[in-house]
Design a protein around this ligand. Structure first.
Ligand SMILES: [Zn+2]
Length: 344
């Protein structure tokens, strides 16, 4: 049996209806057959609403810096409908017993021990939540256990970091009053507050407001790839101090020192980011957050079925079996349990 993997971020249900996820499909990265092949027994499934008209390719500036056009805000009604669609797909998969929506750490354990895969429902950007937070308890009751305040754009809660390379993530102001209230209420309900896509000022607001472990579900190390989306050393240190984790993203443009969105990228670069974070803040604070179906990933990994190759690359790099199991599963399991244990 392959080493169990918990993957901290995918967009499969944002893109595909549930029947495609069950049967498998050509193209894309993640479906149930490929999760089985890759040993992915648990995963965080994002509900993400794209901005209209967002440029898909970065525009080089005169000074050589690459920058995406700023992503416009999305309307709350559009985001709410979109998030409901993703939740419907996830609940349909659960009803048919293809997977289990993970609401407790015991659900995650059951998936590791041979039950259906555990799927954590995540909002990538909180636009579907009203600024008065009237809808949040409803989402929690449905199974929401993870929430990113923002995608890479502003909303009622804060400011996402735009894609700029090279650039510090210190772009724009911190959380709004509604954003601060959302962090507090997530902590009370036991919902992970995910800082991937959040700008640096917002990150420090979360670090101050939330006593739970800080979670960056799909990010890289800024020291190795200086794109605005990655985490600086001081951010990594704060994550380590909080007993949180970084799920290392597989997006080529956030791994490579040249920022190229090029699938001809060795999967050893993923290992290098993991190694960097492990060396800096400890191997218990680094994990995996692929961004399958949301990014260009290395061809040498391919898709969700390639996870055993990646785990082999960790062993080749000198990680022990125990460390690989921590990176692949145990670290996510520990942090989710701590974040979910509060209830109000
Ligand atoms: Zn993302």
């Amino acid at each position: 049996m392959p080493v169990p993997v918990f993957d901290g971020h995918n967009d499969a249900l944002t893109r595909e209806d549930h029947s495609e996820i069950v049967q498998g499909r050509s193209g894309g990265h993640l479906d149930l057959p490929r999760m089985r092949a890759g040993g992915i027994r648990g995963a965080i499934f994002a509900a993400f609403t794209p901005s209209d008209g967002t440029a898909r390719k970065p525009v080089p500036r005169d000074d050589g810096v690459m920058e995406f056009a700023p992503a416009p805000r999305v309307d709350r009604r559009v985001a709410t409908a979109h998030a409901a669609r993703v939740a419907r797909r996830l609940l349909a998969l659960e009803r048919a017993e293809h997977l289990r929506v993970a609401r407790t750490a015991a659900d995650v354990d059951a998936a590791r021990d041979g039950g259906p895969p555990a799927a954590v429902l995540h909002l990538e950007g909180a636009e579907a939540i009203d600024p008065d937070l009237e809808g949040l308890d409803l989402w929690h009751a449905v199974g929401l256990r993870s929430l990113g305040l923002v995608w890479s754009r502003p909303n009622a809660f804060g400011n996402g970091v735009p894609f700029i390379a090279p650039s510090s993530p210190d772009i724009g102001p911190g959380l709004t009053g509604a954003g601060r209230a959302l962090v507090r209420r997530c902590a009370e309900l036991g919902i992970v507050v995910d800082v991937s896509h959040l700008n640096e000022a917002g990150f420090w607001d979360v670090a101050e407001l939330n006593e739970a472990p800080i979670v960056a579900s799909h990010s890289g190390a800024h020291a190795l790839c200086g794109v605005s989306r990655n985490l600086t050393d001081s951010q990594l240190d704060a994550i380590g101090t909080s007993d949180g984790l970084v799920g290392i993203v597989f997006a080529c443009a956030f791994l490579r020192p040249d920022f190229a969105d090029d699938p001809d990228t060795p999967l050893e670069l993923i290992v290098e980011h993991v190694q960097y974070v492990a060396d800096r803040i400890g191997v218990t604070h680094v994990a995996l957050g692929s961004d399958f179906d949301g990014a260009t990933v290395p061809d040498s990994l391919g898709d969700a079925s390639g996870m055993p190759r990646l785990l082999g690359a960790f062993l080749d790099a000198g990680f022990t079996d125990e460390e690989v199991r921590a990176i692949a599963w145990e670290n996510w399991r520990r942090v989710l349990k701590t974040c979910w244990s509060d209830s109000a």
